[in-house]
Structure formats: structure tokens, C-alpha cells
Design a protein. Sequence first.
Length: 70
Amino acid sequence: MKTHTFTACISQEGRWLVAQCLEVDVASQGKSEDGAIDNLREAIELFFEDPHPTVIPKLRKFETNIGNMV
């Protein structure tokens, strides 16, 4: 695993502090600045995690008659 450095823009929205990553379109919030950064760190880690489908869809082809189609 490689460590990366990101920049967060932190703003107040009501009672919450919002941390927006400037390099990646990911944001999170927390009750404190440290909490918002911790939540943003977790959100960025999840954003870059390889996808793991929980349900693998079944694909099938089928034919049907449709009147007057070219």
C-alpha cells in the first residue's frame, strides 16, 4: 500500500464540519475538524478500493416479435 497526500477544504454547514477533498470529488462530515478528516480519509480509501460485487447478475439473450419494425 502506498501513502498519498490529499488536500481538504473544511467548511461549516450548520452544526457539522464538511471536509471536501480537492484532488478527488469526495466529501465527508464530522462534528469536529479531526472527525471530518477521519471520515474523509475513510471515504477516500473506499473510493479507491477495487469493486467487489455482492450479487453477480445473470445475463441472457432472448428473442421476441415486434410488429412493423425495420
